[in-house]
Design a protein around this ligand. Structure first.
Ligand code: GTP
Length: 609
C-alpha cells in the first residue's frame, strides 16, 4: 500500500471507557469480521484478559476503509472520488504497569483516538495516555463514547475535553461503540485528519518493534511498524540493540487473522516470524534493520524493561519447586519484563525472588502460575529496589530485605513515581491527607472543570504499590482515578525491621520501611505472630528489631502439651494413633531455632497484609 493511503492510529482510553467495544465495532463496520464470527472483544485473546476485562498485549489490525474524506495527496485539495484507505489500528495495553509498552505502541502511530466515557468524563489514565500521545506528536481525535447511556452528559464533557486539548467543543465526536452510532463518521475523521506515514522508501530498512508475543506453534511473533525502507521474506535481519541476526521466515499482516504478505514497506504495520523462541531476543522498542544493507542508527526510545516490584514466590508444597522453576521458564518466553533467581528462606524453603513491572503484573504472573501450572504459591510482602551507599562509598543494590547491609550506611535511595490523580473537588482534602501520610509531595493542581481537579504528586513507589489505590478509592467514594509513571530515585530515611522468634530472625518477615513507620510495622507483625503461632513447651518472645535495638515485643506463653495424659488407662493402640497424628502435624511445621511454626501461620501472616 502506498503510504498516502495508510493511517496508523491507536485508541487511548481510561479502563472501561469502551475501547474494546469500539474496536470490535470498527472490525465489523470495515467488514473484516462478520456478525457471526464476532465474539465480544475479539481482540482480547488471552483468557485472563477476557476475565479481568483488561488488555495486556497489544495487537495490530489492518482494516480497509472506503472514504471520500482525505486525499491521496495530503497537501492537495480534497479528493472527490472515494478511495480505499488502509487503517492500522494498534491496540495499547491499558494499565500503568505497562507504560513503556503503551509508549512504543503510540510511537508506531501518527494519530490517536482519545476515547472518553460520556457518563464519566476524563479520568487519570485518559490524561496519562494523552500526555504520552502528545510527547509522540500524535494527531488527537477527541471522542465521547457511550452516548446511548441515559446518564451520558456529552455537552458537559465535550467542554472538558475541549478545554484540555484546546479544540472547539463542536469538534468532539460523539459515538456509541455499543449501537455503532457515529462510528462510521469516526472512521472518516481518522482518514481525514491523521497524517499519512512519512519515510524514505530507498533508505536502509528500519522497523520498530512495538510488541513481541510468544506463540507455542510459531515461536515469537514480532509486531513491527516500518519507518524506512522495506522488509522482505527470506532476508536476514539484525536486531540493533543486541546485534543478533535472524532470517525472516514469514511476514504478514493481521486482518483480523494473520495473512501472509510478500513484504512490508514504509508506514506499514505487520508481524514477523524469525523462529526465535524467546521474546527477549525480540524486544519491544528495538529497531530491526537489514543485514545486507544495515541502517547506521537505530530509532530512538529503546529501553530495557526494568522490574519495579520484587517478591519471593514459594510453593506451598516444597516438592513443587521443580514445577515452579519450569513454569517460570515457560512464562519468561512470553514476558520480557519477568526476571527471577532462586532464593531460599528459613521459613519458606526453596523458591524464587521475582521482579515485576508493578502490582498488576505480579498478580497476573501469580494467577497464571496457579492456574496454568496448577501450583499453590505463597508470596512474600512485595518490595521495591533500594540502593544503599555505605560510609566507605560502596554501593549495594537491594531487591530483598535480607540483603540490606548491616554496616555503617551513608544513604539509601528508593524509586519514586509521578502520579496523576483526578477527583471531584470536594475530595481534594481527603487526597492530600492520604498522599501526605504516604510521604507524597504535591507538584501541582489544575481544575479540569468547575468541580473536577487534576492533582500531581511525587510519591515513593513503595508507598503506592500495596494498598494506595484501594485507600484512594475508599476515601473518595470511588470517584478518584490514578495513574503514575516512574520518575527516578530519591534519598529516604529507611531502615530494615527484623522479626525474631526467641532471638532467631524470621527472614520472610524482614521489611524495609520508613523510619517513622518502623514502630507500627514491628508492633503489628509481633502481635499478629503471637496470635498465629501455637504455644510451645517453653515461653517464646516475639520481637521486632532494627539492628540490635528491639522496638516491639510480645510473648507466646508456654504450655505443657501432654497428649498422652488424656488417654490415661486407655488402650495402647489409641495412644499410638495419637502419636502418629502428632508426627504428621509436625511435618507441616517449620523450625525457627527451637520454635515450631505451622506453615499456615506464615501464610496467614503474609497474606492479610
Ligand atoms: P479495558 O479493556 O478494561 O480497558 O476496557 P475497555 O475500555 O476496552 O472497555 P470495554 O469495551 O470492555 O467496555 C467496558 C464496559 O462498557 C462494558 O461493559 C461494555 O459493554 C460497556 N460499553 C462499551 N461501549 C459502550 C457504549 O457505547 N454504550 C454502552 N451503554 N456501554 C458500552
Amino acid at each position: 500500500t502506498p503510504p498516502e493511503l495508510i493511517r496508523n492510529f491507536c485508541i487511548i482510553a481510561h479502563i472501561d471507557h469502551g475501547k474494546s467495544t469500539l474496536a470490535d465495532r470498527m472490525l465489523q463496520l470495515t467488514g473484516i469480521v462478520d456478525e457471526r464470527a464476532m465474539r465480544a472483544q475479539y481482540l482480547d485473546r488471552m483468557d485472563i484478559e477476557r476475565e479481568r476485562g483488561i488488555t495486556i498485549k497489544s495487537q495490530a489490525v489492518r482494516m480497509p476503509w472506503e472514504s471520500v474524506a482525505g486525499t491521496a495527496d495530503a497537501a492537495g485539495p480534497r479528493g472527490k472520488e472515494s478511495q480505499t484507505f488502509c487503517l492500522n489500528m494498534i491496540d495499547t495495553p491499558g494499565h500503568v504497569d505497562f507504560t513503556y509498552e503503551v509508549s512504543r505502541s503510540l510511537a508506531a502511530c501518527e494519530g490517536a483516538v482519545l476515547l472518553v466515557d460520556a457518563a464519566q468524563g476524563i479520568e487519570a489514565q485518559t490524561l496519562a495516555n494523552l500526555y504520552l500521545a502528545m510527547e509522540n506528536d500524535l494527531e488527537i481525535i477527541p471522542v465521547l463514547n457511550k452516548i446511548d447511556l441515559p446518564a451520558a452528559q456529552p455537552e458537559k464533557y465535550a467542554g472538558e475535553i475541549a478545554g484540555l486539548i484546546g479544540c472547539d467543543p463542536e469538534d468532539v465526536l460523539k459515538v456509541s461503540g455499543k449501537t455503532g452510532e457515529g462510528v462510521e463518521a469516526l472512521l472518516d475523521r481518522i482518514v481525514e485528519v491523521i497524517p499519512p506515514p512519512v519515510g524514505d522508501p530507498d533508505a536502509p530498512a528500519r522497523a520498530m518493534i512495538f510488541d513481541s508475543v510468544y506463540d507455542t506453534y510459531r515461536g515469537v511473533v514480532t509486531y513491527v511498524r516500518v519507518i524506512d525502507g522495506n522488509l522482505n521474506p527470506r532476508e536476514r535481519i539484525v536486531m540493533m540493540s543486541t546485534k543478533a541476526t535472524h532470517e525472516l521466515l514469514e511476514i504478514g499482516v493481521i486482518s483480523p487473522e494473520p495473512v501472509v504478505s510478500d513484504g512490508l514497506g514504509v508506514g506499514e504495520v505487520g508481524y514477523l516470524i524469525t523462529g526465535v523462541k524467546d521474546v527477549r531476543q525480540s524486544r519491544v522498542g528495538d529497531t530491526i534493520t537489514n543485514l545486507r544493507k544495515p541502517a547506521e542508527r537505530a530509532l530512538g526510545g529503546y529501553r530495557d524493561p526494568r522490574p519495579m516490584v520484587f517478591s519471593g514466590l514459594y510453593p506451598i508444597d516444597g516438592s513443587d519447586y521443580p514445577v515452579l522453576r519450569d513454569a517460570l521458564d515457560k512464562l519468561k518466553l512470553n514476558d520480557a519484563a519477568l526476571v527471577y533467581e532462586p532464593e531460599t528462606s528459613v521459613a519458606l524453603g526453596f523458591g524464587f525472588r521475582v521482579g515485576f513491572l508493578g502490582m498488576l503484573h505480579l498478580e497476573i504472573v501469580r494467577e497464571r502460575l496457579e492456574r496454568e501450572f496448577d501450583l499453590d504459591l505463597i508470596s512474600t510482602l512485595p518490595n521495591v529496589e533500594y540502593e544503599v551507599t555505605m560510609e566507605d562509598g560502596t554501593l549495594v543494590e537491594v531487591t530483598n530485605p535480607s540483603e540490606f547491609p548491616t554496616g555503617k550506611i551513608r544513604s539509601v535511595t528508593e524509586p519514586v513515581v509521578r502520579a496523576t490523580i483526578l477527583v471531584p473537588s470536594e475530595f481534594i482534602g481527603a487526597v492530600m491527607e492520604l498522599c501526605q501520610s504516604r510521604r507524597g509531595a504535591l507538584r501541582g493542581m489544575d481544575y479540569l472543570s468547575e468541580d473536577r481537579v487534576e492533582m500531581r504528586y511525587t510519591l515513593p513507589l513503595a508507598e503506592i504499590v500495596f494498598d494506595f489505590f484501594d485507600q484512594l478509592k475508599s476515601k473518595t467514594r470511588g470517584y478518584a482515578s490514578l495513574d503514575y509513571e516512574p520518575d527516578g530515585d530519591q534519598d529516604a530515611d529507611l531502615v530494615k525491621v527484623d522479626i525474631l522468634l526467641q532471638g532467631d530472625q524470621v527472614d520472610a518477615f524482614s521489611s524495609i520501611v520508613h523510619k517513622d513507620a518502623a514502630y507500627a510495622y514491628g508492633v503489628r507483625m509481633a502481635s499478629k505472630l503471637r496470635e498465629l503461632i501455637p504455644r510451645q513447651q517453653f515461653e517464646v518472645p516475639v520481637q521486632a528489631a532494627i539492628g540490635s535495638r528491639v522496638i516491639a515485643r510480645e510473648t507466646i506463653r508456654a504450655i505443657r502439651k501432654d497428649v498422652l495424659a488424656k488417654c490415661y488407662g486407655g488402650d495402647i493402640s489409641r495412644k499410638r494413633k495419637l502419636l502418629e497424628k502428632q508426627k504428621e502435624g509436625k511435618k507441616r511445621m517449620k523450625m525457627v531455632g527451637r520454635v515450631e511454626v505451622p506453615q499456615e501461620a506464615f501464610i496467614a501472616a503474609l497474606s492479610n497484609e
